[in-house]
Design a protein around this ligand. Structure first.
Ligand code: UN1
Length: 512
């Protein structure tokens, strides 16, 4: 078995009064409320930290403001080089950090390592980007004038992350924000504070070696209260938040009221269309990994399968067989496919959704349930289950963060696309087909309305090189690859007159 204590030691994570960090320096009030982190793997207390006070927050924000004044003047490629070193430090700590992610969050070890790999990849991406923060040049309508645009940093970027990707989502934001010249304040999920503490140690060491001042990367621990203080603070021009649609609506309203910027990554209700022209064996892997990977707790998890009627029964049979072979248990044991849910509330939500689905007429072809016994001591291990439903069931319209897969039958592709789009969320989508016409229709303007649309790939496991995010109740934000960096910068249009007269635009005459 994995020695968690030695991993905590390697990552510098220990029980103390820490509630915040501005880099290498840590603080916290011994009398503040404790923030305890229990592992969903075995229910044991891993370590406890403190909840940050408003005073702690003020200290963090003031340090960040001072740091920004300097950091914005560091040439972008130099900032990129520091992010490159952060990527190297992550490579050196991949095994330890990936294991802690697996233990604190409950995802399989492979997925824990995969998450750290995403961090390394975004660092590499950001290094290249640090020399490519391009603006356009335009031709002025006036003689001897030049027009161009440039991109400047925004200032302090507040990052609110969720438990399910406790470290990668922060790094997507931080790596881009940093090369763009911003400073960051990270408020991680209160369910996974220790992986955040570990990341803070890793990045702080790199910043220190490069003599970067305190305040460029800060961490603030606590529950939603501290998050609310940050979203209300006009000294934070951009709030990037990942989590539920309910949380996102609150963040959008608060930040919108002060006309700040938000980057939102909220719920998904992702479907795979399985056509009669699909490679069914390939579809099976995509569907099962999408539905049960991370115990159904990815925002990209596959929640619905929309299956053509002529292959419906065959595919259903394949699914039932595959679910029969799933090994549920300790995620640190690489023989297992599925680990626990994050906590008791998640188990309650899972059971509640199953009940609601049955009440609405859902037919379970693979039954759910909570596992009990020595191997499941935390009480958070549940059985991935499958129900035949109608797309308009209330529960099917809702994102339950658990391994519940819904099956829906269709006749025509138009109908399948309407079903796939017929939910409030719009994150990820996929079609399994070997038919070119079907694939292209699905990707066309008449096709999927999601931010991510795949062909012959499942809904989860997006690469960092593309822009990640979705439409409708998913919040509209785009993170990581492509030109997502623009969200972390402000655009400035510059017009320069090098003539010896002052002609006005639009041909306006104004003589003195
Ligand atoms: C999330 O669930 O919040 O596409 C992020 C994926 C991962 C990221 C998921 N690369 O499944």
């Amino acid at each position: 078995t994995t020695n968690i204590q030695s991993i905590l030691d390697q990552l510098g994570v220990k029980a103390n009064n820490a509630a915040f960090s501005t880099g290498s320096s840590w603080g916290g009030d011994a009398n503040a409320e404790s923030l305890e982190s229990f592992s969903p793997v075995d229910g044991k207390l891993i370590a406890s930290t403190k909840v940050a006070t408003t005073g702690d927050y003020q200290q963090v924000i003031e340090t960040a403001q001072v740091a920004f004044a300097d950091w914005r003047t560091v040439p972008a490629p130099k900032r990129g080089d520091i992010v490159r070193q952060f990527g190297d430090a992550l490579r050196a700590n991949k095994e330890a950090l990936g294991t802690l992610v697996s233990y604190e969050m409950g995802k399989s070890l492979q997925e824990g390592f995969g998450e750290v790999q995403e961090m390394i990849d975004i660092c590499d991406f950001a290094v290249g980007l640090s020399r490519q923060l391009y603006g356009l040049t335009m031709h002025s309508e006036r003689p001897n004038h030049r027009m161009y645009e440039q991109w400047h940093p925004l200032g302090i970027v507040g990052i609110i992350s969720a438990f399910n990707f406790p470290v990668a989502v922060w790094s997507w934001n931080a790596a881009l924000a940093l090369v763009c010249g911003n400073v960051c304040i990270w408020k991680p999920s209160e369910k996974t504070p220790l992986t955040a503490v570990a990341c803070q140690h890793i990045i702080a060491q790199v910043l220190k070696e490069n003599e970067v001042a305190e305040g460029v990367c800060s961490l603030i621990l606590g529950d939603r209260t501290v998050g609310e203080v940050m979203t209300n603070d006009s000294r934070v021009p951009l709030i990037s938040a990942t989590g539920s649609t309910r949380m996102g609506k609150e963040v959008a309203a608060t930040v919108g009221a002060r006309l700040g910027k938000t980057l939102l990554e909220l719920g998904g209700n992702n479907a795979i269309i399985i056509s009669e022209h699909a490679d069914l064996d390939m579809s099976l892997i995509g569907a099962v990994f999408g539905a049960v990977g991370t115990a159904g707790q990815r925002c990209t998890s596959t929640r619905r399968l929309i299956i053509q009627e002529s292959v419906y029964d065959v595919f259903k049979e394949k699914l039932v067989k595959a679910y029969d072979q799933l090994r549920i248990g300790d995620p640190l044991d690489q023989n297992n496919h599925v680990g626990p849910l994050i906590d008791k509330d998640a188990v309650t939500a899972y059971l509640d959704s199953i009940q609601k689905c049955k009440t609405e007429g859902g037919n379970f072809v693979v039954e759910g349930g909570v596992l009990t016994g020595d191997h499941y001591s935390s009480g958070y291990y549940v059985k991935p289950c499958i129900a035949e439903v109608k797309n308009d069931f209330k529960i099917v319209q809702h994102e339950t963060f658990a391994p519940i897969l819904y099956l829906i039958k269709y006749k025509t592709l138009d109908e399948a696309i309407a079903l796939q789009n017929g939910v409030p969320q719009g994150l990820s989508s996929a079609i399994m087909t070997l038919n070119l016409r079907e694939a292209e229709l699905f990707l066309s303007a008449k096709g999927s309305d999601c931010g991510i649309a795949n062909v012959n790939i499942g809904t989860s496991g997006a690469e960092i090189g593309g822009a990640f995010g979705g439409e409708k109740e998913t919040g509209g934000g785009r993170e990581s690859g492509s030109d997502a960096w623009r969200a972390y910068m402000r655009r400035q249009t510059n017009t320069i007159n090098y003539s010896n007269t002052l002609p006005l635009a639009q041909g306006i005459k104004f003589d003195l």
